[in-house]
Design a protein around this ligand. Structure first.
Ligand code: PLP
Length: 430
């Protein structure tokens, strides 16, 4: 086969160095991925927070195959299909309280863009057309398309494409430890700062706040204080601003509850879903919309209040069949509970490592989304290389590593994974 490894753009990788030692996966089995040389890797990151129910799940493959035989695509502008309706019914059942409508799409960025557009259109057709601005965290990531990127707050991924569209305002997330490890976590100052930002911008110009419950991307792995999101919701309510939770990483059991909103005791106006929703078996995303917002889009033909946005693959029957089967597996096999109990086990094993290796300065996370932070800058790239060499795939940045294995992982498999990581730390610490 002609070598084209230097002809393919891989996310955030230099093509020349990638082609010198390309990682090419050819198979997956449960929590493992296998490369073209037959090497096995623990998929400690579920691809990229995606494959929650493991590779090669027979029930999902069967459901998708049957759907393919029935129909693979139906006209999205003229109607829907039975698979999309079954998935919608499930999402209404498992979604946060108050969800009363669903927009099905294909990617995470499409979901965050749709939620922000829904917010703007909602205020246009409920008598507040001046509310258009979107507020979000510095350091956040909401997708790679230009609107989602404008809402994102990490300069690494967006500055090269600037200037981006207007109307996007950022505020600091409540994570003092990222600034100074001696500072105590407290949300009060941050909540007050958001209040002040909203006042300064003029609440009558703000449509929505969009945040990830746990920020895993460009600027660190940030778990907010337990009351932060609830208090953020209070601030939003006070100013008639919609709260959009980007649960693209945290949804579908990743944090030990179906959604992180349940863990943090907050009820959003809209929830963005993707990744674990189909566990990677198909491109699938959604916006879950509460009754108040959905109500503004519910009318007769002459009312013209329908959402003015589309997506060719939104509600695709094969993707919907994948989502339906994945959610059924999550519920039938108690996978969300497994995420909670095995996640607690992973946490305690990582805390053991922290007492053994002084380079680890913090362990944090919820459910099967756990991370360790390092004291020394740039140790991350050495850890990433060593981990891959030992058959362990993780999310590694300069100063932290995130573990997000498939939610079906057992305690024994966690122990094996942590042992592998211990070997990585021993080698790198030398
Ligand atoms: C929190 C969050 N939001 C949105 C996205 C964008 O999703 P996608 O890459 O499917 O467009 C991502 C992707 O990593 C994400 O982590």
């Amino acid at each position: 086969m002609t070598d084209v490894t230097d002809k393919i753009f891989i996310d955030f990788m230099q093509m020349r160095s990638f082609s010198k030692n390309p990682l090419i996966f050819t198979r997956g089995e449960g929590i493992y991925l296998i490369d073209d040389k037959g090497r096995r890797y623990v998929d400690g990151l579920s691809g990229i927070f995606v494959n929650s129910i493991g590779h090669g799940n027979a029930a999902v493959i069967e459901a998708m195959t049957q759907q393919l035989h029935r129909v693979a695509f139906t006209p999205p502008l003229l109607g829907t299909n039975d698979a999309a309706l079954r998935l919608t019914k499930q999402l209404l059942e498992i979604g946060p309280p108050g969800v009363s409508a669903v927009k099905l799409l294909s990617t995470g960025a499409e979901a965050t863009e749709a939620a922000m557009k829904l917010a703007r259109q909602y205020f246009k057709q409920t008598g507040k057309p001046g509310k258009y601005k979107i507020l979000s965290h510095y350091g956040s990531y909401h997708g790679a398309t230009l609107g989602a990127l404008a809402a994102s707050g990490g300069k690494d991924r967006k500055s090269i494409f600037e200037p981006l569209g207007g109307g996007f305002i950022h505020f600091h997330p409540p994570f003092l430890r990222r600034w100074d490890s001696s500072l105590v976590q407290d949300e009060t100052v941050f909540v007050e700062l958001i209040n002040r930002t909203i006042e300064a911008e003029d609440p009558d110009t703000i449509a929505a706040v969009i945040v990830e419950p746990i920020c895993v991307n460009s600027s660190g792995f940030m778990v907010p204080p337990q009351n932060y999101l609830r208090r953020l919701k209070d601030v939003c309510e006070k100013h008639n601003i919609l709260l959009i939770l980007d649960e693209i990483i945290t949804g579908f059991g990743r944090v030990g509850t179906m959604f992180a909103s349940e863990h943090f005791g907050v009820v959003p106006d809209m929830t963005c879903c993707a990744k674990g929703m189909s566990s990677g078996y198909a491109a699938l995303s959604a916006v879950l919309i509460n009754e108040t917002v959905a109500g503004a889009f519910y009318g007769d033909e002459e009312d013209l209040v329908q959402f003015r946005s589309s997506g060719t693959f939104g509600g695709n029957p094969v993707s919907a069949a994948a989502g339906e089967a994945v959610i059924s597996e999550l519920l039938r096999k108690g996978i969300v509970e497994n995420s909670r109990t095995v996640g607690a086990h992973l946490r305690s094993r990582l805390e053991e490592l922290a007492s053994e290796f002084s380079v680890i300065t913090d362990v944090r996370g919820v459910g099967l989304l756990q991370g360790v932070e390092y004291s020394r800058g740039r140790v991350g790239s050495a850890i990433a290389k060593e981990a891959i060499a030992r058959g362990l795939l993780l999310r590694v940045s300069d100063d932290f590593t995130v573990f997000a294995p498939p939610l079906i992982i057992t305690k024994e498999e966690i122990d094996d994974t942590v042992e592998l990581f211990r070997d990585v730390l021993r080698t790198v610490s030398k």
